[in-house]
Design a protein around this ligand. Sequence first.
Ligand code: GDP
Ligand code: ZN
Length: 295
Amino acid sequence: MSSVRCGRIVACFGREWAIEDADGHLALAYPAAKCEELPCVGDWVEWEATWPKRGRILKVLPRKTLLTRPGPRPAAANVDQVLVVLAPEPAYDLLLVDQYLVVCEIRKIAVCLVFNKLDKIPKEQRSRLLEGDLAPYRTLYPILLLSAKSGEGMDALRAALKGKTSMFAGQSGVGKSSLLRALIADQTIRIGELSARAHRGRHTTTSARLFHLPEGGDLIDTPGVLVFGLAGITPHQLALGYREFQPFIPRCRFADCRHADDLGCAVHEAVAGGAIDSSRYQRYLKLLAKLPQIS
Ligand code: GDP
Ligand code: ZN
């Protein structure tokens, strides 16, 4: 008799995890001693029931992608797509946007740029939105212009989320929770019941959650601002994280070119010749300077 089941982690409350079965049933579970990895939201796991609506996680199945954050616990697993949200206010920080893009590129997670609060931009100025700061991104990433408040552009967002596991990233105040609320409507109740029964860790006030979208696809929400840190990223990876540099990198004279003031740098030449946007390149240099020095 085998009682091993497969399910997905849909919430994490301190020391307990909520698993959803293929049939949509929820159970609260904790990792068995033999479970080698600490599960996180988005993980597919093997588990066994120990009691009605209670269980033990036996194994975390191999992850397609993993987003980490400082501390022992990863933030989310099996995220296919990160939606980097920016807005006319608070003022956006393109260095931070580039950092998100680099980390996602390295972790092989797709990115969609979401420009929220479109309602704050007068109609006659909207056509010029993509000509300014955002222009260099147009050929590199899909960009959606929308408003969580007015609902404009939300259908395109729903279409972009379909069939994937996605997650929002972006500065506080850009409208991530507003977008989430607009997309998931009233799914909070079911998990709310489980959360009340969970033995919460003292430090957990909110929990990471995976929501199903009515059109298909899932959205992961984690408490706090996700850190897409540069720890562990090498200069070579950073350069590859700038998508438009990729075709030029193999043409640099030296294999260990940092694409800064190196001799015979094809990336640098492409910037000079206008094939690579210089504002993106300047931000690359800033991020390069932030990397922990390794010689
Ligand atoms: P988060 O910190 O990224 O989760 O941002 P919130 O969802 O909490 O939103 C921050 C503020 O922006 C709130 O006052 C929202 O009401 C407001 N906001 C969110 N989306 C929109 C929008 O599309 N248009 C306007 N005008 N305000 C918005
Ligand atoms: Zn180079």
